[in-house]
Write a protein that binds this ligand. Structure first.
Ligand code: SAM
Length: 271
């Protein structure tokens, strides 16, 4: 079992976990098994970002058709090539942000990763913006990042990012994960969250909707009306307020996703 403190220390040997690559290795096999089991489909290929020493890769292989992993650190890449001997496992030495995903266009895939914390948002947005058939994304992130993605209306963490993600996906907190299951131990707790697609993608429509949502949150402390005045005429703003029966004093963070969609319809179609 790779997710074991003795194995991790032994295989690392002289090497140190690299902070610049966000290396915190999983050392609890029960947690790893649970993550992999929920993330995979035996009929699907799983893409793993940052396999590290292979703790998660080993379990992903148990529940997937095959695993394609992308690792930025040559030391990890060399260790994996020595230690995981399985024809269903392929590791590529590459920064995932540079990976060309077009070769996966014709198949249903799953994504699973204990994400390097320094690059969580760009990696997730690379996946959200791709036109791949990804039936589930399961990732370990810092607890506070998970809270932001899941934030309900009117909460402190609720912002344009939460709305955009919740428009595209059903976001589920799979489990909270304490610091103690990693080596070295990070400073903060983590959580595993999953994203399951909930709409048929329409990239052109989404671009307009997301820009509209972002503009509504531009000045978070100001009212919605004040934000709208920066980019809409008086007549359209009045129409928004009357169609949605909004109070003059309403702020963007008090509005639900459905209300943003309705407002955007008024802007676009006048109804
Ligand atoms: N999967 C292993 C585990 O759970 O024990 C390691 C997870 S560790 C949090 C993150 C891993 O991502 C490290 O192995 C790190 O080298 C790798 N990594 C960091 N940035 C990356 C990037 N841009 N592309 C691919 N891998 C990256």
């Amino acid at each position: 079992m790779i997710s074991n403190i003795n194995y991790v220390k032994e295989v690392l040997g002289e090497l140190k976990a690299k902070k610049k690559f966000g290396q915190n290795f999983l050392i609890d096999s029960n947690v790893v098994d649970k993550i992999a089991k929920g993330a995979c489909d035996p009929e699907c290929l799983t893409i793993e970002i940052g396999p590290g020493l292979g703790a998660l890769s080993e379990m992903l292989l148990k529940y997937s058709k095959a695993v394609d992993a992308y690792e930025i650190d040559r030391d990890m890449y060399d260790i994996l090539n020595r230690t995981i001997d399985n024809e269903r496992f392929k590791v590529t030495l590459e920064d995932f942000l540079d990976t060309d995903l077009s070769k996966y266009e014709n198949e249903e895939i799953r994504i699973c990763s204990n994400l390097p914390y320094y690059v969580t948002t760009p990696i997730l947005f690379k996946l959200f913006n791709s036109n791949l058939n990804i039936s589930k994304i399961t990732v370990m992130v810092q607890k506070e990042v998970a809270d932001r993605f899941k934030a309900p209306v009117n909460s402190e963490d609720y912002n344009a990012l939460s709305l955009i993600v919740q428009y595209l996906y059903n976001v589920k907190l799979e489990m909270n994960v304490p610091k103690g299951v990693f080596y070295p131990q990070p400073k903060v707790d983590s959580a595993v969250i999953s994203f399951t697609p909930k709409i048929v993608r329409n990239f052109e429509y989404e671009k307009g909707l997301f820009e509209f949502i972002e503009k509504c949150f531009m000045k978070r402390r100001k009212t919605l009306n004040n934000n709208l005045r920066d980019f809409l005429d008086k007549e359209t703003i009045e129409k928004i307020f009357s169609t949605l029966s909004l109070k003059e004093s309403v702020r963007a963070q008090e509005l639900t996703l459905d209300e943003f969609i309705k407002m955007y319809e008024v802007v676009n179609n006048g109804n």
